[in-house]
Design a protein around this ligand. Structure first.
Ligand code: ASP
Ligand code: MG
Length: 412
């Protein structure tokens, strides 16, 4: 029997009624002839509640016990979903991560999947079971402890199962009806994409479009898993949602697929540091050790052996970055004159694999921002995107202007 993976996010299993609706969708796919692996998240809000309980109990918690507590939300949903399917006379049972087993590294709260055993579940399918309901987000470490895969990790569980079982498709049911050209809350012209390439989705996911965990898209790309993102609140036809797939499967696409943004960025400048070999290592080593996620980096032109170094990081990491830099200064490794933090910036990016073969995309972005009177503070580019740092008050304006300029409301 062909295998289908169906993943239901927290809002899709928030109540017993919604679990029933999700189960009906599963039942329909069973009737269509599939053996189904259902991956479930915790009921909406549950994981946050559990994280809160852990933090209240122990601010510097033992991550192994954090995982023991926080993984439990998915266990509840898996059991309830299996019971619901049984009530509908669909042969189903639940599986916790360790029962599969889904083996991970021992990095608690951020574990990576190493291996998924397929024998147990395939054995049950062979005996006539139709649905394996698997608790998402969790696995078992080599030490035999329960691990979790990081927030949003059920997406990654789903893709990994699809790869391991050679599933025909991995359907991700969520509270939006697909992936959009940009955030529909910022412009009503945002359009749902029928298809998007893995590379584009990866950029959009990591740039803050919260639809899929970034890691899940990486995995889907590596194993060429066809991923479909669709709403669990609508009746979906064959072409519902957005298909995330290989470039080759997309016949026509716009040069720019989407505009992404990330609101809470900070721009930090180390004024006048010595321009000598090793200076970047001396700055970014301590920042990495302090857990600062540095994104953009610009080293300015040097004069008389001194230069300015600018980098960006999330606003809530500014304190940490300052502490790390001041500590490094005390050790006299980097004798900068001043550290200037601008915490009122945001990042806006245009994303699209079409940029590789089209000249002038970046310049069109810059002239669009110029026409709106928006000053660009930092620019970075890669094969599939151009990002700029601008004042946060212009974020919506920039997204709308770029969406218009690249005519994203129109399909290719
Ligand atoms: N329940 C977990 C979370 O909220 C995992 C997931 O839903 O993907 O992060
Ligand atoms: Mg999610």
């Amino acid at each position: 029997m062909p295998v289908l993976v169906m993943k239901f996010g927290g809002t899709s299993v928030a109540t017993l009624d919604r679990i029933r609706r999700a189960a009906k969708r599963v039942g329909r796919e069973v009737a269509n002839g599939y053996d189904v692996i259902v991956i479930v998240s915790a009921m909406a809000g549950e994981t946050n509640k559990l994280v809160g309980l852990v933090e209240e109990t122990s601010p510097l918690f033992d991550a192994r016990e954090y995982d023991a507590v926080v993984s439990s939300g998915e266990n509840v949903t898996a059991g309830l979903m299996a019971l619901t399917l049984q009530e509908m006379e669909v042969p189903a049972r639940s599986w916790q991560g360790w029962q599969v087993p889904l083996k991970t590294t021992s990095v608690h709260a951020a574990a990576r999947i190493e291996e998924i055993a397929t024998e147990n579940i395939l054995g049950k399918f062979a005996e006539g079971m139709k649905v394996a309901v698997v608790a998402g987000f969790q696995g078992i470490s080599p030490e035999g402890r329960t691990t979790t895969l990081g927030r949003g990790g059920s997406d990654t569980t789903a893709v990994a199962f699809a790869a391991a079982f050679g599933a025909e498709r991995c359907d991700i049911y969520t509270d939006v009806d697909g992936v959009y050209t940009t955030d529909p809350r910022i412009t009503s012209k945002a359009r749902k994409l029928e298809k998007i390439a893995f590379e584009e989705m990866l950029e959009l996911a990591s740039l803050g479009a919260k639809v899929l965990q970034t890691r899940s898209v990486e995995l889907a790309m590596r194993y060429n898993v066809r991923l479909r993102v669709l709403s669990s609140f609508e009746d979906n036809n064959e072409n519902a949602g957005t298909l995330v797939c290989a470039e080759e499967d997309i016949v026509e696409s716009n040069v720019v697929a989407g505009v992404a943004y990330s609101r809470d960025e900070a721009k930090m400048t180390l004024v006048s540091v010595a321009d000598r070999p090793g200076i970047a290592a001396a700055i970014f080593g301590p920042l990495a050790e302090a857990g600062v996620n540095v994104d953009m980096i610009v080293q300015n032109i040097a004069e008389e052996g001194r230069t300015d170094m600018t980098f960006s990081c999330p606003t809530d990491q500014v304190k940490r970055a300052e502490a790390a830099m001041n500590a490094a200064k005390d050790r006299a490794e980097i004798n900068f004159h001043d550290l200037v933090a601008d915490t009122d910036v945001c990042k806006v990016s245009i994303v699209g694999i079409g940029m590789r073969s089209h000249a002038g995309v970046a310049s069109q972005m810059f002239s669009t921002l110029r026409d709106e009177g928006i000053n660009i503070k930092v620019i970075t580019t890669s094969e599939n995107k151009v990002s700029v740092l601008i004042d946060r008050i212009y974020m919506e304006l920039a997204v709308q202007a770029l969406h218009d300029a690249f005519e994203l409301e129109r399909a290719a």
